[in-house]
Design a protein around this ligand. Structure first.
Ligand code: SF4
Length: 345
């Protein structure tokens, strides 16, 4: 028996006893057949999002749309509104596109290569669905797996350059049988035992094979390249209320938060002339400031509240009852801005 067989066997035996209970997971040894739709949906939701945050959204989606055909038939704005609060909204747009493509094909393809062609399925998600949903030998490498493998083999190159050797080592320890359980065992080990700052090596089923542990400082791995500071942007969101209704717009298709309902805004630093132009002339007052971190920049968004008299048309948009705003599916940034505006009235 070589070391890689030992690592996979130890991990699978550990997973059989300690697998996390998650709403999308089939417990090891239950004999149930995984549903690729549920695996795909959970993996898309879990991109850059914690299991705790995803669980209620997963339940809500699978109760409302129990099959990929049901999701494919849903109106886009309903899916976008149900996604509100989960962030990274391009995932929701890809989710709808992918569901429609899969429904038209009659179901998910079972190979990693064919899954990779679907909208929103990168290398990781395609491998995860192939392994967990179809039991194929595939090697999904997420941040948890990356950390475990970098430590097991004490890979000293900094990320992202270390991804290639990490993938090669992850592939070498992946067994032919139970590849889905093995992938989930690695994810669980990374999430609960081989944690970023304080790995619990005494509880680890593969500690006898771990080279980083032998160095005495396993948390040093994976080595990270120095981070660049995110650029700062600023802008203004406008709360315009009339007769108990607030003016909402739908953001354009493919841009930031595209397709989501939102408060109108000034384009976030889009203006270079420094003007403080508002959508309508009149009495405006400051409603507060929201700070929000996007992937590529941080945003400081001031909230301007309209407190004037009647006014003319505002262009494309809709009046939404302000006491039913929680049904509008505003993304987190605009939900926070709306809460500030309302508390300032
Ligand atoms: Fe991670 Fe420690 Fe296990 Fe190594 S021994 S894989 S560092 S938990």
């Amino acid at each position: 028996m070589d070391a890689s067989e030992t690592i996979s066997e130890l991990l699978l035996a550990w997973y059989d006893r300690h697998a996390r209970t998650l709403p999308w997971r089939i417990p090891p040894g239950s004999g149930e057949t995984p549903d690729p739709y549920r695996i795909w949906l959970s993996e898309v939701m879990l991109q850059q999002t914690t299991t705790g945050a995803v669980a209620p959204y997963f339940r809500k989606f699978t109760e409302r749309w129990p099959t990929v055909q049901a999701l494919a038939a849903a109106p886009e704005e309903e899916v976008m509104a149900a996604w509100a609060g989960l962030g990274y909204y391009s995932r929701a747009r890809n989710l709808i596109a992918c569901a429609r493509e899969v429904a038209a094909m009659g179901g998910f393809p079972d190979s990693e290569e064919a899954l990779r062609q679907l909208p929103g399925l990168g290398a990781y998600t395609a491998a995860a669905v192939a392994a967990i949903g179809f039991g194929k030998r595939a090697v999904p490498v997420d941040a948890n797996v990356e950390r475990v493998v970098a430590r097991l083999f004490a890979i000293g190159d900094p990320l992202p350059g270390a991804r290639k050797p990490i993938r090669a080592h992850a592939g070498a320890i992946t067994p032919d049988a139970r590849a889905g359980d093995f992938a989930q065992a690695m994810m669980d080990l990374g999430a609960g035992v081989c944690t970023p700052r304080d790995p619990k090596c005494l509880l680890c089923p593969v500690n006898a094979h771990c080279i980083a542990r032998k160095t005495g400082d396993p948390a040093r791995f994976p080595v990270k390249a120095a981070k660049k500071a995110k650029p700062e942007r600023s802008g203004t969101a406008f709360w315009i209320e009339r007769n108990g209704a607030v003016w909402l717009v739908t953001r354009p298709g493919k841009g930031m938060l595209g397709g989501m309902r939102a408060l109108p805004d000034d384009g976030w630093s889009a203006r270079s002339d420094g003007s403080d132009e508002t959508p309508i002339p009149g009495q405006w007052k400051a409603g507060g400031v929201v700070r929000h971190g996007f992937t590529h920049f941080n945003l400081t968004l001031g909230v301007a509240v309209y407190a004037g008299e009647a006014f003319d048309a505002l262009g494309d948009g809709e009046w939404w009852p302000s006491d039913k705003l929680d049904e509008a599916g505003l993304p987190t940034l605009f939900a926070k801005a709306a809460a500030l505006a309302r508390s300032s009235l």
